[in-house]
Design a protein. Structure first.
Length: 230
């Protein structure tokens, strides 16, 4: 093999490693643990077994808000369509590294609202619209969530971009709650979608690149000496 051929092969290997490290990979995990929250709160765990540097996070949540009684797991509509108090709902997401992003604020004048760190006086949802909703929270959505709960794609109260550059690997925590009694919130499930980079062959460290370069020079030199002696 000539020195030129060796140089081309080694350069190709380096570039292949750099290119593969920049590939994006979508990761997804779901939860379908039904629960009813009425003046209570809880969490759902979403564990990703593969990691990488986060470049984008979206989360879809399936929930309902009704006047008593609560919507059950096999229902799609409230039994009573009387107005409820939507500002009691709150949702948040915590990454494996501990970063918290609030998706939906509860009303800030209730003790639970203060505890949850709500900064919205009337809550994210403050217009009554009883029913079941499937909401995809996405920073790129045109509309902000609220004032009435509705199915569709909406921006959360706080940007999910706060997770960018963290490692996706591990257990994510979805916080779910209803800050006052009598108008229960029903939780049906959620799906977490995370896009990561740095997947595949890692980009060589500077020291590694230096060693490859020295090896390349040595191989070219050896090839040239072999050619002269032949």
């Amino acid at each position: 093999m000539t020195g030129k051929m060796i140089a081309i092969c080694l350069a190709a290997l380096i570039l292949t490693g750099i290119a593969s490290s920049a590939e994006a990979l979508p990761l997804s995990v779901s939860d379908v643990t039904f629960g009813i929250f009425d003046g209570t709160n809880g969490t759902r765990l979403l564990t990703l077994n593969q990691g990488g540097t986060i470049t984008d996070v979206n989360i879809a949540v399936d929930f309902a808000k009704c006047a008593d009684p609560a919507m059950q797991v096999d229902q799609t509509a409230c039994e009573i369509t009387s107005p409820e108090f939507p500002f009691e709902v709150f949702l948040y997401l915590i990454s494996p590294e501990g970063t918290r992003v609030d998706l939906v604020y509860t009303v800030s004048f209730l003790p639970e609202g203060i505890e949850q760190g709500s900064t919205t006086v009337q809550g994210t949802y403050n217009v009554s619209n009883p029913g079941r909703f499937e909401v995809l929270f996405d920073d790129q959505a045109l509309a902000l969530a609220g004032p009435a709960a509705a199915s569709g794609t909406f921006r959360p109260e706080e940007l999910l971009a706060a997770f960018n550059t963290e490692n996706a690997l591990g257990t994510w925590v979805l916080g779910v709650g209803d800050s006052f009694v009598q108008d229960p919130m029903s939780y049906f499930g959620a799906r977490l979608d995370v896009t990561v980079a740095d997947v595949g062959v890692p980009i060589p460290e500077p020291a590694t690149l230096t060693m490859l370069g020295l090896g390349l020079i040595g191989l070219i030199g050896a090839s040239r000496r072999a050619s002269r002696s032949s």
